[in-house]
Design a protein around this ligand. Sequence first.
Ligand SMILES: Cc1cc2nc3c(=O)[nH]c(=O)nc-3n(C[C@H](O)[C@H](O)[C@H](O)COP(=O)(O)O)c2cc1C
Ligand code: SF4
Ligand code: SF4
Length: 276
Amino acid sequence: MKQPHLKTTENKSTLLFVFSGTGNSLHTAMKIQESIENCEILSISKVLEEKKFHYKASKIGFIFPVHFQNVPNIVRKLLKNIKISNNPYLFAVATSGGEIGKTFQNINKILDNQNLTLHSEFSLVFPSNSIIMEDRTSTPKKIERLIKNSEIRINEVIEIISNKKIEKCMYKKSSFKDRFGCLMGTFFLYRIFNDRSFKVDNEKCIRCGTCDSVCPMNNIEIVDNTVTWNHNCECCLACIHWCPKTAIEHMKTQGIPRYHHPDITIKQLKDYKSKS
Ligand SMILES: Cc1cc2nc3c(=O)[nH]c(=O)nc-3n(C[C@H](O)[C@H](O)[C@H](O)COP(=O)(O)O)c2cc1C
Ligand code: SF4
Ligand code: SF4
């Protein structure tokens, strides 16, 4: 019988499961990795693709963007399948534009199936990449301020994780808009806002392959000289934001400035997505 995969790490090790499109979550993970000894970054999409679900480590963290005021589908898939042994210190870092709804409550609900719960929950506010539903992008000045503040917050997070302290996110009572957003996201919005509505402008496109390089799902190919999506999209928007020619649009994104974390490169995104 085939033995299940088990990633066993040294006693002191930390595993970071990461999903990121425009680099806010990857940057956070890389800063944590730099500051904590024996810390490894794993790509959530790669882990799911390879069905590697058994883990044993001293600290385990999940770092991802908030989608529709909730846990992104792909992170939910991981949490439902992952098997964690030896009761590690568990934490989650949700990066967002500031509206996180019930993200952490929903993670804890899923983990409860394994009698696990997050020891720490961190909400980090960044410039938002959510340009498909509404223009939540920021001015360059606001981006600079948000990035500066996020660096301070990342350092606080590192301190808490290093010492295995507990920090629970303060929940405001969720408004009707929050609950509606969450519900809509889970059931409808991924079906509307996905690669079936992406369009490439062949006049602008230079066939550089950047969209393919940054897509964490390897969902993009250039077929017959045209960028093509293969409908395995997790709506991270990396392709739209990283295209150097602004050649990709989704419904009403024309004229809206694109964003990616200033310290993350295409190469770093490309490298991280193959880590499992
Ligand atoms: C499909 C989608 C939905 C989003 N929904 C929300 C949201 O409900 N609340 C919020 O504050 N930010 C939302 N955002 C913004 C991202 O959570 C935020 O920009 C995040 O830091 C991006 O992380 P990344 O750079 O690692 O991809 C959304 C982004 C996308 C692509
Ligand atoms: S990143 Fe933009 S320019 Fe490059 S291949 Fe993709 S769509 Fe074309
Ligand atoms: S196709 Fe674009 S939006 Fe979809 S997963 Fe790939 S990079 Fe993200």
